[in-house]
Design a protein around this ligand. Structure first.
Ligand code: GLU
Length: 278
């Protein structure tokens, strides 16, 4: 039988709060219950925001909660060549294109489009070669976007047969919800989507367990898995922990950080109770 492997993949851009504790505990408990493995991965591709002290705090806070992970911990910033290789594969197969539009350009194009699409639903295509060469020559910056049109052409009927399993059953994937997503920028060798999908496969993750807020991401991730010939995990989405204001906890909710709770005398058992896991 295949070993159950799941993961918790925080970004070290702030201190973990109750929402992270719930996610990490839910994931860890699932691995324990299945006699499987729990992987901790540090998603620090955003080097402008990631800080070593937040990473150290992640290890400390999770250990305090009683969570144990397998070593070594994969730190994404140390594996940029992997993600660049995956991107190159898509470049070579003409499944991505260079998009020279700025955020402002895109926002304007969307504002003029009917039904007010979100930025995420952007669609475009490669510029004519001479125009592109001129922009590259001029050093203009660009992003690599996945072309849904090309992906559909490459996969044929398999594109429409893409499904994934989550807690609601079998779901038909609708990558169109995301439009042509950015997979890398010149100053940013990979996006979360590409790095996360790549690492889940590399680390043998069989079950991706994460918050509701990432439910939509699965629609895109299964397409990337198909295009890169990676195995598809099962998805499970859990509820989000809300703050007193009824909103999802964010890094700014200092009072809910595990650090602050610990300093105020709370125990790991108190934290489990606070998130409804006792
Ligand atoms: N690094 C992502 C986050 O902190 C993880 C998302 C995921 O679990 O795929 O939101």
């Amino acid at each position: 039988m295949m070993t159950f492997v799941t993961r918790f993949a925080p970004s070290p851009t702030g201190f973990l709060h109750l929402g992270h504790a719930f996610s990490a505990l839910t994931t860890f408990n699932a691995a324990q219950a299945a006699g499987g493995r729990f992987v901790l991965r540090i998603e620090d591709i955003d080097q402008g925001r990631a800080r070593p002290e937040f990473e150290a705090a992640i290890f400390e806070d999770l250990a305090w909660l009683g969570i144990a992970w397998t070593e070594p911990v994969r730190r994404q910033s140390e594996h940029m060549a992997d993600y660049e290789g995956a991107l190159q594969n898509l470049v070579d197969r003409n499944l991505v294109y260079r998009c020279f539009r700025t955020r402002k350009d895109i926002a304007e194009a969307i504002a003029s489009a009917p039904h007010g699409q979100s930025e995420e639903a952007f669609r475009g295509e490669a510029l004519p070669p001479a125009e592109e060469a001129a922009k590259l020559e001029a050093g203009e910056s660009f992003a690599w976007r996945l072309s849904l049109k090309k992906a559909r052409a490459a996969l044929g009927p398999a594109y429409f047969a893409l499904v994934f399993e989550d807690e609601t059953g079998l779901v038909r994937a609708e990558p169109e919800r995301h439009g042509d997503v950015v997979l890398a920028r010149r100053d940013f060798g990979t996006s979360y989507h590409l790095a996360s999908v790549w690492d889940d496969a590399l680390q043998g993750v069989t079950h991706v367990i994460r918050g509701e807020d990432l439910r939509e991401a699965a629609h895109l991730h299964v397409l990337l898995q198909k295009l890169l010939d990676l195995p598809q995990p099962v998805y499970r989405h859990h509820r989000l922990i809300l703050g007193d204001d009824g909103k999802r906890l964010a890094k700014r909710n200092h009072a809910s950080t595990l650090r602050a709770l610990r300093e105020s005398g709370k125990s790991p058992a108190d934290v489990r109770e606070m998130v409804g896991l006792s």
